[in-house]
Design a binder for this molecule. Structure first.
Ligand SMILES: O=C[C@H](O)COP(=O)(O)O
Length: 257
């Protein structure tokens, strides 16, 4: 995946979560076939399938416009951690990126900012791009804690040793995930501006080149509006990424930079 030192090239990323069987390959094939027309040079494309499909998908996607990523990794390189997968294993299977700190993992598996940061550092150690997820709950938004919560998550989850091209932040309001609800464009702009400020604090002007994705009920019908918000450098898409038609329609909505 490429980016400039100033405004980054948008990234349209799909998180398939716990969805997809080997028969889902036809959606992957359709994304690979339609990606160049849909995204052109305007966006990079990434699909993060379940671990069972990752190596096969990576082999199919090799040499295409589509990159393949993992949905989680363990902080350690190897060892006695039954059921876990290391960043090095993802890399070996053909991944180029990994999502860490998704709110579903924070909620379902009690993942803290400290653990998310360790996972992001493992991603960098293995040579993967770390897609670090942050976002407030509905209760936090209603208590006007959104910027405070997101700032804490960014500061505490950012991996040490990151450079602007090796980390991506995904802002995903928890209440917007899978609900059909989205924040207003003004609300998205406010949070993304806050994140951009933190990234400039961490990386200097290099912080302008870190991709900050919006995620949460992104669909073909709202993608153009969300992707046009200042400091939104792409999207992390759940449900709509399962259908090639919808994923490609979102990619096609990426504005010219
Ligand atoms: O990782 C993706 C997000 O959780 C968004 O999911 P969604 O597009 O189904 O709301």
């Amino acid at each position: 995946m490429t980016h400039s030192l100033t405004k980054p090239k948008p990234l349209i990323a799909g998180n398939w979560k716990m969805n997809g069987l080997s028969a889902s390959r036809h959606e992957l094939d359709a994304i690979i076939a339609g990606g160049p027309t849909a995204a052109g040079d305007r966006a990079d494309l990434l699909i993060c399938p379940p671990a069972t499909l990752l190596a096969g998908f990576a082999a199919i996607a090799r040499g295409s416009v589509l990159a393949i990523g993992g949905q989680d990794c363990h902080p350690k390189e190897s060892g006695a951690h039954t059921g876990d997968i290391s960043a090095e294993m993802l890399k070996d299977a053909g991944a180029t990126a990994v999502i860490v700190g998704h709110s579903e993992r924070r909620a379902d598996h009690g993942e803290t900012n400290e653990l998310v940061r360790a996972k992001a550092e493992a991603a960098l150690r293995a040579g993967l791009t770390a897609v670090v997820c942050v976002g407030e709950t509905r209760a936090e938004r209603e208590a006007n804690l959104t910027l405070h919560v997101v700032a804490s998550q960014v500061k505490e989850s950012l991996p040490a040793g990151a450079s602007p091209g090796t980390v991506v932040i995904a802002y995903e309001p928890v209440w917007a995930i899978g609900t059909g609800l989205t924040p207003t464009v003004d609300d998205v702009a406010e949070v993304h501006a806050e994140i951009r400020g933190l990234l400039i604090g961490a990386f200097g002007t290099g912080g302008l080149g870190v991709r900050v994705l919006y995620g949460g009920s992104v669909k073909p019908g709202n993608a153009a509006e969300l992707l046009a918000v200042p400091n939104v450098d792409g999207a992390l898409i759940g449900g709509a990424s399962l259908l090639a038609r919808d994923f490609l329609a979102i990619a096609a909505a990426t504005p010219e930079s």
